[in-house]
Design a binder for this molecule. Sequence first.
Ligand SMILES: Nc1ncnc2c1ncn2[C@@H]1O[C@H](COP(=O)(O)OP(=O)(O)O)[C@@H](O)[C@H]1O
Ligand SMILES: [Mg+2]
Length: 336
Amino acid sequence: MAIDIRTMDEDDIEQLERRLAPEGRGRRTPRTDSRIRPSRLASGIEAYAEPTELEAGFEPTYHPSRYERAWLLSSLRPFYQDAVISDILSLAAGGKEASVYCCAAHPSTGRTLVAAKVYRPRQFRSLRNDKLYREGREILTEGGRTVNAGDQRIMRALGKKTAFGVQVAHTSWLMHEYAALRALRAAGADVPEPLAAHDNALVMDYLGEPEMPAPTLHGTRLDLEEAPRLFQRVLKNVEIMLSLGMVHGDLSAYNVLYWEGEITLIDFPQVVSSTRNRAARRLLSRDVTRICQYFGRYGVQADAEEIIEDLWYRHAEDALTPEELLGDQYTGPQAP
Ligand SMILES: Nc1ncnc2c1ncn2[C@@H]1O[C@H](COP(=O)(O)OP(=O)(O)O)[C@@H](O)[C@H]1O
Ligand SMILES: [Mg+2]
């Protein structure tokens, strides 16, 4: 049985999520959860772990754990069938909301390696700060189409958070990330080039070597001499985003990769519109402040407030009235 989140109820999703969560993370209840009936275990989620005939031709080099397997293979099979990837080689990183795998690219892509970002069954972010980030943006479907507010079935499902609604919201996050990557890449920003997207995963350029994914800025040590140039480069990317009406919304040393002396921004599902989201300026401030703090440790002197003022003035000033900005009802997202 292949996993189709649309046919799963909340308990199933909950249980799958727990199984996929890295040890000690996201496990909100102990392993011996008495609420999980053995019969459900046998008939429900356990069944998802069984290999299927469909998987027969797709036997990746990477050996996922039993419970990771079904989710991973059903998420990446479409890319295999569409000749985007030909193998899954290794797990590059298990992030907060997603796991990223290093894959062998299909030769038709003109690449050797690609990264597949597989969203976890349920994004914690969507529960925590969903509303803040969703303001001023559309719900996107798998094909990148906008969901019409008049689509009663989808709107109802979203409101009630049914399994189908969860999948719609989930796919929408992913498509926003894909759309942001495409737009940014086209504008010359330092982001991985996205190649394809499906319900639960997207494929993009891989940074690093097979067994050595590029570290994040947080996970590396810069030379003092290169820090000022890299700082300017990150700011340049923030500016490109803003010129396209986007604020990253979760920018920090954890979401910037460092490879061969250059930086690459990643992790865009939560991008907000600088013109339609009332928290945009606050999120921009947080993004820029974190970057200034990081580079400050390498002796880069910068006045975050001044940079934010200047960026906002040049790219977003007319977007919202001061009342709209100052009358902001949001208290802002919690720092991760
Ligand atoms: N294109 C890529 N190439 C190599 N590693 C990547 C790539 N994209 C993401 N990663 C790795 O995967 C991790 C998680 O990806 P990210 O997009 O930040 O998702 P999350 O929302 O889970 O933080 C990153 O911190 C990074 O280590
Ligand atoms: Mg991240």
